[in-house]
Ligand binder design. Structure first.
Ligand code: PEP
Ligand code: MG
Length: 873
């Protein structure tokens, strides 16, 4: 097989699978050459030659040496130079070229072909003795380091000694001083290492290639392959090309050009160029680039180079179909392109560039969709911290709800509200949050908890209302008595300013500078592309009008989960709720529920109106009742007063409702079965609201009522019968027909196993992956934070299964329930409303499983839209 592949401007010998055969640098130069870009002519010894050589025990096989000789001859022809020639000697650069970059591979060796003899020829040709000898010295150093494993600091000592002896200051002053220094190098190598730098260029080349190939087995390269799972026999290529003297004079230099202005997406070349030790940034139409400031005598050294460069860069971008960064060199006024790669960019830049590439006709919308990391959109939706400034990190927890916020520390909801009333930005800092903290969370700019994971109460609520949140910042301590927060050696008080980064989990001292997002323009265009490409629908989890509006703004196509319990913590509703819970009999409960009915009804009307005809799924009360109970002494006293009972009675009821493990206790549909009047009140509020909202809008509203935490079909039978009865009553009272759906959440393993039977009753399923993961693993979602990170660190789990669906376990169950449900009811609507509904990797699995929609926090809606599009392509 062909071992060596040549390239020169306008022409490159082709091979299949160029990167595997030629490595990145070799494949890059070949592509640039075939695009007619000016590259230094050269050739790449392919990876299969390396494989042959491994068998031959490290020396280049004769066959390869023969190929190498003819390639060098070819290069001599192309360049009109001779390798080791007495006139116009050919000098070469030798570079290792692997398929993936890895540390430990040989560094480039430049100026191969310089000898005691050719160095003088070069000096004469360039009329620059210092340059020629400087190059020769560098060549000997890198040759000795690579081939003889010599220690470079020895050469420094040697130079220092020679300088002192001969009396020059920075480098030798004339040919004889240079020759003396080079002579010392030779003597040293021979004396200390018994080594000689060959004076035959071809032998130099062979030795350098051999040593470059051998660097594949250096300990650093080997361990890097182990870490990154790069196969041992992937192999190394070596690229050899003509030298470019980019450091030679005022008409030489090197730089980097990017095909676009990444900040605007515009096709305006930007970059930087280094000349004579100075670096100039350029960011303008190339024709107008004026490099006169770089030239010593004030004249622009090479006016046409940037126009040429811009033309090549534009062609490469069109070929690659992406914004590119190109490395270039200028040698004595001639331009050479050395390498290109996709231009690195941050999230806003990536979106702009992708959309501009589509509008410039370079790529298709599909390519733009696939090119953006959905998770990176977070950075477009939330403020981010300006990382160019100095930051003092106090602690690191989990990034539980993205975005950054600065504010003063408040340790209670009350203090948070007080600060907010003074219009001061505020961060609520708690050990963990509870439902009654919702007031505080709503007015806080950010939430920080010391305990808890990514599906803890604080995390879920904060994501819902779009507040940045850091959870599990376990190195912090709150001293409640003193009202202080301890971070390592630092003590902060209530009212002191901190900043949290809900993406990285960092807690930062003081007020950091924030960068604000924008949703219009290119972002909106990208979302249009995504919407046209996706199959799955994207709904939102929203409990309040604010959330519902935010979600619509982000493109939600309905509400997939309204957690009605959150509605009971608004204002003084909690008192009525407590009245209901603490009532001693059904009569008392119904009296309190009658007061809650109009409140719920108006909540639902507002949600229906905001969603304007889109589906709205409302879930019946889910959490254990005790969450609503008064906790502090003053709350107990206040409740006793409003209820007109003894405090002892209140305490007694609280005790009676206490559970060891409330999350696996009296919650979800179990609560509705014990107290059907609660579910009936909610159903009535939903139906009455649907009628009213429907009348106002002049179009019917079809509510979806969702029963949580079902494990038995009979639970659903029991509740559906009551919901249907309420519907019949409301229809009769109002003399109006209502269409509605009754469905259930699938969030317990038993419900999965019995999904076929449950689907006989349920008209839709929504997978509650938070509880399903909790119950499948038997891991408490509120306590997982303390040990799951260890699991991930130790590689026992690849990821937090509460964040990304565990395909093999929980995912298998979702697929099973899907299949069973469709067998019973082929047109059943299937969605996901747990946190995973907004997680791109999970969304890919849900698409594969054929679910109809995902539902996620408002701020994750755009992420889900893009991820759904990607998984459908
Ligand atoms: C779930 O369990 O996934 C779910 C959406 O319900 P919640 O988080 O309210 O328990
Ligand atoms: Mg649940």
């Amino acid at each position: 097989p062909k071992r060596i592949f040549t390239f020169r401007q306008g022409n490159a010998e082709k091979t299949a699978d160029a990167i595997a055969a030629l490595g990145v640098k070799g494949a890059n130069l070949a592509l640039l050459a075939s695009l007619d870009a000016p590259v230094p002519p050269g050739f790449t010894i392919a990876t299969h030659a390396w494989r042959e050589m491994k068998g031959a025990g490290g020396d280049l096989p004769q066959t390869l040496k023969a190929d190498l000789r003819s390639s060098v001859e070819w290069l001599e022809g192309v360049t009109d130079r001779r390798f080791g020639g007495d006139k116009r000697p050919l000098l070469l650069a030798v570079r290792t070229s692997a398929g993936t970059s890895m540390p430990g591979l040989a560094e480039s060796v430049l100026d191969v072909g310089l000898t005691d003899r050719t160095v003088d020829v070069v000096a004469e040709e360039l009329n620059d003795c210092d340059f020629a000898y400087r190059s020769y010295r560098r060549f000997i150093e890198s040759y000795a380091s690579l081939v003889f494993d010599a220690d470079l600091s020895e050469f420094e000592d040697l130079s220092d000694r020679e300088r002192e002896r001969a009396g020059w200051s920075t480098e030798p002053r004339n040919v004889s001083e240079w020759r003396m220094l080079i002579g010392r190098y030779h003597d040293f190598l021979e004396r200390e290492l018994g080594a000689v730098v060959p004076q035959t260029p071809l032998q130099q080349l062979v030795e350098v290639i051999q040593a470059s190939f051998a660097s594949w087995r250096s300990p650093m390269a080997s361990s890097s392959r182990l870490i990154h799972a790069i196969p041992e026999n992937a192999g190394l290529a070596v690229t050899v090309h003509g030298m470019i003297f980019n450091e030679r004079n005022q008409k030489s230099g090197r730089g980097r050009a990017i095909s676009r202005d990444l900040a605007t997406g515009e096709a305006l070349m930007t970059g930087e160029f280094a000349l004579g030790g100075r670096i100039e940034a350029f960011h303008e139409a190339p024709e107008t680039i004026d490099l006169s400031s770089l030239a010593e005598n004030g004249d622009a050294p090479f006016p046409s180079i940037f126009a040429d460069l811009a033309g090549h860069v534009r062609r490469i971008e069109a070929h690659v179909g992406d914004a590119v960064e190109v490395e270039f060199m200028v040698g004595d006024g001639a331009l050479f392109l050395m390498q290109y790669r996709p231009a690195r960019r941050n999230a806003p830049e990536a979106v702009r560039v992708a959309v501009e590439l589509v509008s410039d006709g370079i790529i298709e919308p599909q390519d733009a969709i696939l090119r953006i990391d959905p998770a990176s959109l977070e950075l477009l939706l939330h403020p981010t911290i300006d990382r160019t400034a100095e930051l003092t990190v106090l602690a690191k927890g989990m990034g539980a709800s993205p975005g950054a916020a600065s504010g003063v520390i408040a340790f209670t909801s009350e203090r948070t509200q007080a600060f907010a009333a003074e219009e001061r930005p505020v961060i609520l800092v708690r050990n963990e949050t509870h439902p009654e903290d919702i007031h505080g969370m709503h007015v806080a700019d950010g939430v920080l908890t010391i305990r808890g994971g990514t599906t803890s109460h604080a995390a879920v609520v904060a994501r819902g209302i779009g507040r940045p949140c850091v959870t599990g910042a376990g190195s912090l301590r709150i001293n409640a008595e003193r009202g202080t927060l301890h971070a390592g050696g630092k003590v902060l008080k209530e009212g002191d300013m901190i900043t949290i980064d809900g993406s990285s989990g960092e807690v930062i001292l003081g007020e950091a500078r924030l960068i604000r997002p924008s949703l219009a323009g290119d972002f909106a265009t990208l979302m249009e592309f995504a919407d046209a490409a996706r199959r799955m629908r994207v709904r939102t989890n929203a409990d309040t009008p604010d959330e519902a509006r935010a979600a619509r703004n982000f493109g939600a196509e309905g509400i997939g989960l309204c957690r009605t319990e959150h509605m009971f913590f608004e204002g003084d509703r909690i008192q009525t709720m407590r009245e209901m819970i603490l009532a001693s009999d059904e009569f008392g409960r119904r009296r309190a529920l009658d007061k809650l009915l109009p409140i719920q009804r108006s909540d639902f009307i507002e949600l229906f109106e905001i969603m304007a005809g889109l589906p709205v799924t409302i879930r019946l009360l889910d959490p254990p009742l005790h969450e609503f109970l008064p906790k502090s002494e003053s709350e107990i006293a206040e409740t006793a007063l409003t209820l007109d009972v003894d405090e002892a009675v209140v305490r007694h009821r609280i005790q009676a409702l206490e559970e060891f493990n409330p999350m696996l206790g009296h919650r979800g549909c179990r609560l509705a079965i014990s107290y059907p009047e609660i579910a009936e009140m909610q159903a009535r509020a939903i139906f009455e609201a649907a009628i009213e909202a429907g009348e106002r809008a002049g179009a019917a509203v079809v509510p979806e009522i969702m029963v949580p935490l079902v494990s038995l079909r009979r639970e659903l039978d029991f509740l559906k019968a009551r919901i249907d009865a309420v519907a019949a009553r409301v229809m009769e009272e109002r003399d109006r027909r209502i269409d509605y759906l009754v469905g259930t959440m699938i969030e317990l393993p038993r419900a999965v196993v019995r999904a076929d039977s449950i689907a006989e009753v349920a008209e839709f399923f929504s997978f509650g992956t938070n509880d399903l993961t909790q119950t499948v693993y038997g891991i408490s979602r509120d306590d997982a934070g303390t040990f799951l990170s260890t699991y991930v660190r130790e590689g026992i789990l690849e990821r937090d299964p509460f964040q990304t669906v565990d395909v093999e376990g929980v995912g298998e169950l979702i697929a099973l329930a899907t299949e069973k449900a469709r067998r019973t009811r082929p047109d059943i609507s299937l969605g996901v409303c747990g946190e995973q509904g907004g997680d791109p990797a999970s969304i890919a699995f849900f698409e594969e499983t054929g679910l109809d929609y995902v539902s996620c926090s408002p701020f994750r809606v755009p992420i889900a839209r893009l991820a759904a599009a990607q998984s459908a392509i």
